[in-house]
Write a protein that binds this ligand. Sequence first.
Ligand code: DGY
Length: 323
Amino acid sequence: MAAKPVLALARTLPEAVEARAARDYDARVAPVDAPPLGGEALVGHAAGADGLLVAPGNAVSAEVIAALPESVKVIATFSVGFDHIDLEAARARGLIVTNTPDVLTDATADIAMLCLLGAARRAGEGEAMMRTGEWIGWAPTQMMGVQVTGKRLGIVGMGRIGRAVAKRARAFDMAIHYQDSKELPVDLAGDAVFHPTIEDLLPHCDVLSLHCPATPETTRMMNAERLALLPRGAVLVNTARGTVVDDEAVIAALKSGQLAAAGLDVFTGEPNVHPGYRDLPNTFLLPHLGSATIETRNAMGFRALDNLDAVLLRGGAPGDRVV
Ligand code: DGY
């Protein structure tokens, strides 16, 4: 029997995913998961591997790619986002790179709604009060938040996740406004109002939810000038990537009241969190939980393995090739 291809898993993955990898590959599991393998440790882990399965947290830089053993043909990331991989370097090296779209859309849209409601309704503050025993009972003026019913939700990035958020928000009677790098066919946008630029969109957003990829163009896209275009007292939701906002500008807007609250699931330089966010009462903070359900994480792992199987077991083209 021919030897199985070697697959280096750079993170600890759900049990069912590791079991399938072990069934079909000579699978090498990561020696540690925290901190995630990077640099020389990641290169060393890939020794002799045909495929490398990474995830956010594994920085697959140009240097790492240049140092990877010749045997590596494909890098599959256990994520839809691929900003942790230097795609140019991968392309130049002739590597195939794949991601896991679709399967995390609903879970991530759910977390966006949790961030939206958590921030608008001050759920973090309320929950903390219950835990510290400071609650002294219902009061007419206690912890009044922002009502979402009937408000306008602005979505930046009307891709799969943006649309799933719009669908959920409609159940809250929110009016949908959006901006995207490409205009959508009307049937996909429903009754959502398209704005050609982010500057056009922002004045129409009582709540703004970010669903664009992290690219050089979107880095610190939500800066002080753009935050000032929102109606005063708007709520900001970010489940995309921390780098799409200018942290200092968001913190200043939360302090001044330009933003009533922010619900954030992603941060620049994770696992670091700007201390300004932690110090403010009007932030609702989650540790990048967008896709964190058992069902979704299994589906992401299987999708990553489907892509690896296409290349390494069948010598074909993967379904989710990004390079
Ligand atoms: C992704 O897949 O890019 C997510 O951020 C992980 O939840």
